[in-house]
Design a protein around this ligand. Structure first.
Ligand code: NAD
Length: 239
């Protein structure tokens, strides 16, 4: 079985949805967890529930100073950041003529710039230790086009590309970088999507726990030779 004893994992957007499922699964596998999110109440409640091996830190992934504070506070609490899960994300949808620059900028800022800033923030500590696992959350929408999702799709393709360039640059320092591409998972982000309109071979959407196993695997030594890889977790939807 996978053992993350002694590892410290920071999960952005960890207060609810998929991120909270990743936090719970990493913690259950033995990791100490840092819940990094804008949502203070939800994040503090989850940390309190998990106990002394969990901390909430306030983080706006789009803000450099916020990253500096969050990583300093995680290092202060637990001494290392061995695993970074760049999960925070937002979605907006509009046909191209109605996609405002403000909406475009917002989705790129959180979903893509936020991942860049997160990777940049943890790499010095990972290089110093000679190890680390960075798990960047893209989407099936980072592998194909869908109507109305232009900013989201561009950001998620960007996350996939950034993961590739980082995997190549950081491998020599013992740092692995992989991307995960979930399909339709039931969270607050997807309440307005009708699963029956999608062609999912497994015949249903997933719950967040069904993606968490891939995250725990990538955080662990079970994936010690896995870097620059793309993990589709979509019930066969884009096959
Ligand atoms: P969600 O809306 O339930 O949760 C997103 C979390 O990110 C929230 O806790 C939110 O507070 C946090 N967040 C948003 N902006 C932030 C910021 N600037 N700084 C810090 N935290 C911020 O969404 P979810 O469905 O759990 O999605 C999580 C990730 O998975 C996203 O990157 C999303 O694009 C991706 N994803 C989701 C699905 C799905 O079907 N739900 C599919 C593919 C990919």
């Amino acid at each position: 079985s996978i053992d993350l004893d002694g590892r410290v994992a920071l999960v952005t957007g960890g207060a609810r949805g998929l991120g909270a499922a990743y936090v719970r699964a990493l913690h259950a596998a033995g990791a100490r967890v840092v819940i990094a999110d804008l949502l203070r109440d939800e994040g503090e409640a989850l940390a309190a529930e998990l106990g002394s091996d969990a901390r909430y830190v306030h983080l706006d992934v789009t803000d450099e100073d916020s990253w500096a504070l969050a990583t300093a506070s995680a290092l202060d609490a637990f001494g290392s950041i061995d695993v970074l899960v760049n999960n925070a994300g937002i979605a907006n949808a509009a046909p191209i003529e109605h996609l405002t620059l403000a909406k475009w900028d917002a989705v790129i800022a959180v979903n893509l710039t936020g991942v860049f800033l997160g990777c940049r923030a943890v790499v010095p500590a990972m290089k110093a230790r000679g190890s680390g696992s960075i798990i960047n959350i893209s989407s099936v929408e980072g592998m194909r086009g869908s109507p109305g999702l232009h900013g989201y799709t561009a950001s998620k393709f960007g996350v996939r590309g950034l993961s590739q360039s980082l995997a190549v640059e950081l491998g020599t320092f013992g740092i692995r970088v992989n991307s995960v591409h979930p399909g339709l998972i039931l969270t607050d982000m997807t309440t307005r999507i009708d699963p029956s309109k999608l062609d999912i071979p497994l015949g249903r959407p997933a719950v967040p726990d069904e993606v968490a196993g891939t995250i725990v695997f990538l955080a662990s030594d079970a994936s010690a030779f896995t870097s620059g890889a793309e993990f589709v977790v979509d019930g066969g939807m884009i096959a």
